[in-house]
Design a protein around this ligand. Structure first.
Ligand code: G16
Length: 541
């Protein structure tokens, strides 16, 4: 087995975005593209010689090819051991769990999360550090910087490893352990939730429809829901991970999980519906005839955490990304614990969790989690809700409506304008930036602007500053409109506009109607149609 040193030239676009490096398959398949980035990781994250790493992905197209390349490069770079999921499968939360449980140096996750897969879809690669969470910006900046000056990479000349069988092999002195992808994660879930109570609820006839969207959660959900919790066979649908996710967008929201939404609004709806995304970190919770917004889900979890065994001592604090609705803030205030507001990107929660400033955190983009790992966690969120239903014996709709009665309701929606010309998208943001100083006091129909700013975040733990994290317009009644550009797209730019309106008494309005005035104001102030060339958003969630 010989180590080859291969000459290469840098690519100029290997800057990790909101969540790792995400590009189309066509980009990833360019000669040396993956190898350059992997070598840049190995060169930037500290001394990896003799250390243990975790490796796995969501099973999308190119997953197996990439894993074999990474194994050979790791062996050539002196890594001591790699724990890799059987068949190359590991969900993002499972990687975080395994890094923490076995105290490994870090891990590599292959996924473009909720982006579509297949030969014409997207691929992605992300490095997670020793706390189990996504690499912080100082690390991703170092990787990007290295990628711009790379001249060579190392790879072992070796046959592919059989990932179909669990067990241990060697490659150039590096141990490769093929592990069961589910066991460690399932054990962690069992330690947090009352599996007995949930099992009893299923035995008494409770029904769940879990849509795994042909993505990584299929094997996890089948083992946990149908195996350990005794849910009837067929509870988990679309449970076989496919390289192209069956041609769908594996993004659990009412638009992309339409099949589930239709079922839950139909005559045979289950007691609860749930879906997870490509790599298993996002979740959507649906009741009969009601979808729970991710912002409400976080707030409801915070309000009820003490009912769940893993959180029975209560929570020390909660955090949400800036565009997420302020529903959680009201719960935090009532519990007298802090609520932190961070930029979009799970990596910003890491320090707060490590420093024990928060117990729960979540984002509007269908992500919620807690201090049990350092990633958002789809199955965890679904188990949390199941446990809550088992304890309260209330339907999902009652839990949500009772919450609104107590805390008021945040009407919330996100409008996405996808695949916009990047220059035009930047111009839209610049147009808003220019108005920031003059918006205060302006009146539109019944709404008056209180103030406007561009969000900047100072990490309370390490003091690092992240600027330009979205433009916010605040209204005197507490409503907000937020504008930002997505950091996870692979083609052109995506403009995201977030609407958040708080109501203490009017709790039963239709969502887009309730937000109508704010939607009109966004158009007037930002000239969205002019800059995007689109009259309507591409996706409304
Ligand atoms: C990633 C990040 C999330 C973020 C989301 C959307 O999720 O981990 O923190 O909220 O992207 O980001 P953007 O609005 O920039 O597209 P995932 O599930 O794609 O890893």
């Amino acid at each position: 087995m010989s180590i080859q040193t291969v000459s290469t030239t840098p690519f100029n676009d290997q800057n990790p975005g909101t969540s790792g490096l995400r590009k189309t398959i066509a980009v990833f398949k360019q000669p040396h593209y993956l190898e350059n980035f992997v070598q840049s990781i190995f060169d930037s994250v500290g001394d990896i010689r003799g250390k243990t790493l975790v490796l796995g992905g969501d099973g999308r197209y190119f997953n197996s090819t990439a894993i074999q390349i990474i194994l050979k490069m790791a062996a050539a770079n002196g890594v001591g051991k790699i724990m890799v999921g059987q068949d190359g499968i590991l969900s993002t939360p499972a990687v975080s769990c395994i890094i923490r449980k076995y105290k490994t140096f870090g891990g590599i996750i292959l996924s473009a999360s909720h982006n579509p897969g297949g030969p014409d879809g997207d691929f992605g690669i992300k490095y997670n550090v020793g706390n189990g969470g996504p690499a912080p910006e100082k690390v991703t900046n170092a990787i990007f910087s290295r990628s711009k000056s790379i001249k060579e990479y190392k790879i072992v000349n070796a046959p592919d490893v059989n990932l179909g069988r669990q067990g241990t092999t060697e490659m150039n002195g590096m141990t490769i352990e093929v592990i069961d992808p589910v066991t460690d994660y399932a054990e962690l879930m069992q330690s947090l939730f009352d599996f007995g109570a949930i099992r009893k609820m299923f035995a008494e006839g409770f029904t769940l429809r879990f849509d795994a969207m042909h993505a990584v959660c299929g094997p996890y959900a089948t083992r946990i829901m149908e195996g350990m919790l005794g849910a009837p066979k067929g509870t988990v649908v679309n449970n076989i991970p496919l390289e192209d996710f069956g041609g769908h967008h594996p993004d659990p929201n009412p638009v992309n999980a339409k099949e589930l939404m239709d079922f839950m609004h139909g005559p045979n709806a289950a007691d609860m519906g749930a879906a997870t995304d490509g790599d298993g970190d996002r979740n959507m919770i649906v009741g009969r005839h009601i979808a729970v917004t991710p912002s409400d889900s976080l707030a409801i979890m915070a309000a009820n955490a003490s009912l769940i065994p893993g959180y029975s001592k209560g929570i020390v604090g909660v955090a949400r990304s800036m565009p997420t609705s302020t529903a959680a803030d009201k719960v935090a205030a009532a519990l007298n614990v802090p609520c932190y507001e961070t930029p979009t990107g799970w990596k910003f929660f890491g320090d707060l969790l490590d420093d024990n400033k928060i117990t729960l955190c979540g984002e509007e983009s269908y992500g919620t989690s807690s201090n049990h790992i350092r990633e958002k966690d789809g199955i965890w969120a679904i188990l949390f809700w199941l446990n809550l239903l088992a304890v309260t014996k209330k339907p999902v709709a009652d839990i949500v409506k009772d919450h609104w009665k107590k805390y008021g309701r945040n009407y919330y929606s996100r409008h996405d304008y996808v695949n916009i010309d990047s220059k035009r998208a930047e111009e839209l943001m610049e147009h808003l930036r220019e108005q920031l100083d003059s918006l205060s006091g302006k009146r539109f129909a019944t709404c008056v602007i209180d103030r406007a700013d561009e969000f900047s975040y100072t990490d309370p733990v390490d003091g690092s500053v992240s600027q330009r994290q979205g433009i916010r317009i605040f209204f005197t009644d507490g409503s907000r409109i937020v504008f930002r550009l997505s950091g996870t797209g692979t083609v052109g730019a995506t403009v995201r506009v977030y609407f958040d309106r708080y109501e203490k008494d009017l709790l039963d309005m239709e969502m887009q109607t309730a937000l109508g005035e704010l939607i009109d104001i966004a158009e007037t102030v930002a000239k969205i149609a002019f800059y995007t060339g689109m009259k309507e958003p591409s996706v409304v969630t």
